[in-house]
Design a protein around this ligand. Sequence first.
Ligand code: AMP
Length: 215
Amino acid sequence: MIVIFLGAPGSGKGTQAEQLAKHLNVPFISTGNMLREQVSQSSVLGLKAKSFMEEGGLVPDRDVISMIKERVTQKDCIRGFVLDGFPRNSIQSKALDKAMIEINREVNKVVYLEVPKEVVIERISFRRVCRRCKANFHLKYAPPRLENKCDACGSELYQRTDDTTETITKRYAIYLEQTQSLKDYYQDRLIAIDGNRRKEEIGQSISEKLKVTAR
Ligand code: AMP
């Protein structure tokens, strides 16, 4: 199964997409994680992407599209994959369609997480991420057991450089301008989910709607 997650930054799509991918036993593909990895390796793409990311803008379509095409055509994607963070605009959604036609596949479902603006802003402002395993914490509602240490692997937690108040506002505006309308593009396979609940409840709803059993 090929599933895309759509939603504002901070809507919880990364967390839910990763859970679903684990459950379906298919790769979880996050363009944000892939780009952050490139930045940390100071690769050509990473050096180019860094400033766009820090400012809360989108990395140029051409670069992200070739990165994702390369990834989804790898062998481990043969049974499907779950995408988080791509597509982010209509150029990217059309490029994805084209790539799918080339490999004789199609996007089966698109999960859209609905979360009010105030909630996503609050979630992002208090978000901390594990440097190693990328687990997410919320300093108020889901704090780590030990200060600044990941519960899962014990590594250090950090605040993403694009999780500042100014950048969040910009990322949200870009989401409204360019990404939200993809709901209409995918309306024939869209599953809208109330994302303003506990993550377990959200996961349960996604499984039910996708008819995936025992998560
Ligand atoms: P995310 O982890 O999905 O919030 O992405 C973090 C940042 O990576 C975004 O603010 C963009 O700068 C960049 N990025 C991630 N996915 C894309 C994409 N599909 N197109 C362009 N830029 C992206």
